[in-house]
Design a protein. Structure first.
Length: 370
C-alpha cells in the first residue's frame, strides 16, 4: 500500500514540484497550504497534472488545520515558510510567526502519531558568509563584513590583518552565522525539527537548500531570489538589477533536482538526524547568471550594477554537496543551460508585473541599503 505524505506549503514554488514528484514515485500526497501570497492576497490553487493530490486550505499555525492534515499520514515534508532575506528585515514578526511558531505547531500536532519520516526545508542562509581559506591555507568559518568596509564599497571580506580570503565550498560542519531575520527563522525551523525528532523518535532530515530556480517561481515577490528578480526585469525588457558589483558567488540549483532530493531524503536510512546541503555544487557569479539569462531570452539590456549593499546579504556562499552524494545518492542532473531554457520557455506564457524598483525603494526608505 502506498504511503501518504503530507507536504506543508505544497502549493508554493518548490512544494508543487515536490508533490508532483512524489506522486510520480507512487506516494499518495496531501497538501496543506494557506494559499496566501507574501503580500497577503489569495493565491490561485495550483493545477496539478494528476488527481492524486489532495489539497487542503489551512494555516500551518492553526492546530486544528494541522491536526486534520496529519490524519492518516505516515510521512511529512515541511516546506511552509515565508521566504526572502530583504523582506524579513522589516517583517520580523511575520517571519518568526510563520516559520518558527508554525513549525512548532506542526511538531506538537505530530506528537503521538506514527510518523515514519519528517523532512524539513532549511536554508543556506543559515551559514551567513560561506567558508573561506586564506593564502596560508587556514580555514575561516566566522567571516563577516563590517559596515565600514561596505560603506567604502570594499565588497570582498578580508582577514583581520587585511589579507586576502578565497571562497571555497561550504560544508555542513561550518558553524551558523545568522545575518538576517530570515536566516534566524529558518535556523529555528531546522533546530525545532531535529530536536523534536530526537525527543519523540521521529526520524528527521533537514535539507539546507541553496538558490533554487525553475518554472513556477513566485514572480510577484521581488524578494524571492535573484532568478525571479532577473526574470521579471528581462520579461519587461528592462535591465536586471544587481547589487554590489555582481561578483558575489552563489549556488543555483534546479527545482527538479531539489524535488528529487526530498524524495531521496524520505527514503534514505542513513540520513536520519542529519543536515544536508542541496545545491548544484557549482559556484557562479550573479553577473554571469544575469548575462546568461539575457542571452537565452534573446538578448537584453546590460545589467544595472547598483554598487549598493542590502542589509543581510552575504558575499559568497556555495555548496559542498559531498554529504548529499554519500547519504542520499543525490547528484544534480539539470545543467544551468537547460534549466535556464526551461525557465525562459515558461516565462513566455506569464504575465509579469515588475515590482523590482518598488522593492528597491522600500529597502532604501527603511535604511536597509548602503
Amino acid at each position: 500500500m502506498a504511503k501518504k505524505v503530507l507536504v506543508t506549503g505544497g502549493a508554493g514554488f518548490i512544494g508543487t514540484h515536490v508533490a508532483a514528484d512524489l506522486v510520480a514515485r507512487g506516494y499518495h500526497v496531501r497538501v496543506l497550504d494557506s494559499f496566501v501570497s507574501h503580500r497577503g492576497a489569495r493565491r490561485d490553487r495550483p493545477t496539478f497534472a494528476t488527481g492524486e493530490i489532495e489539497l487542503l486550505s489551512g494555516d500551518v499555525r492553526d492546530p486544528g488545520a494541522v491536526g486534520a492534515a496529519l490524519d492518516g499520514v505516515s510521512m511529512v515534508v515541511h516546506l511552509a515558510a515565508m521566504v526572502g532575506i530583504a523582506q524579513s528585515m522589516y517583517r520580523m514578526a511575520s517571519y518568526e510567526s510563520v516559520n518558527a511558531a508554525g513549525t512548532a505547531t506542526l511538531l506538537e500536532a505530530m506528537i503521538g502519531r506514527r510518523i515514519e519520516r519528517l523532512v524539513v526545508a532549511s536554508s543556506m542562509s543559515i551559514y551567513g558568509e560561506g567558508r573561506y581559506v586564506s593564502t596560508d591555507g587556514v580555514v575561516h568559518d566566522h567571516v563577516e563584513r563590517t559596515r565600514e568596509s561596505l560603506e567604502q564599497r570594499q565588497w570582498e571580506p578580508l582577514t583581520a590583518t587585511g589579507g586576502r580570503l578565497l571562497p571555497v565550498p561550504t560544508g555542513e560542519d561550518k558553524p551558523p552565522r545568522l545575518a538576517s531575520i530570515y536566516a534566524l527563522s529558518k535556523f529555528s525551523q531546522e533546530r525545532l525539527c531535529l530536536i523534536a525528532g530526537r525527543a519523540y523518535n521521529i526520524p528527521t532530515v533537514a535539507l539546507r537548500l541553496f538558490n533554487v530556480y525553475g518554472p513556477g517561481q513566485a514572480l510577484a515577490n521581488p524578494y524571492s531570489g535573484a532568478f525571479a528578480s532577473f526574470a521579471v526585469r528581462l520579461a519587461n525588457k528592462k535591465p536586471p538589477v544587481i547589487f554590489e558589483d555582481g561578483g558575489q558567488l552563489r549556488d543555483f540549483v534546479s527545482v527538479h533536482d531539489v524535488a528529487r532530493a526530498f524524495a531521496l531524503a524520505l527514503e534514505a536510512a542513513d540520513a536520519t538526524g542529519k543536515v544536508i546541503n542541496i545545491g548544484s555544487g557549482v559556484a557562479r557569479s550573479v553577473s554571469e547568471v544575469a548575462a546568461r539569462m539575457g542571452q537565452v531570452m534573446g538578448g537584453a539590456p546590460a545589467p544595472e550594477i547598483t554598487h549598493e549593499y542590502r542589509i543581510g546579504d552575504v558575499r559568497h556562499c556555495f555548496a559542498d554537496i559531498s554529504r548529499a552524494q554519500a547519504l542520499l545518492g543525490f547528484f544534480p542532473e539539470v545543467t544551468l543551460d537547460s534549466g535556464l531554457s526551461e525557465l525562459c520557455d515558461w516565462l513566455c506564457g506569464q504575465k509579469v508585473e515588475d515590482r523590482v524598483a518598488e522593492a528597491r525603494h522600500e529597502l532604501f526608505s527603511r535604511g536597509l541599503t548602503l
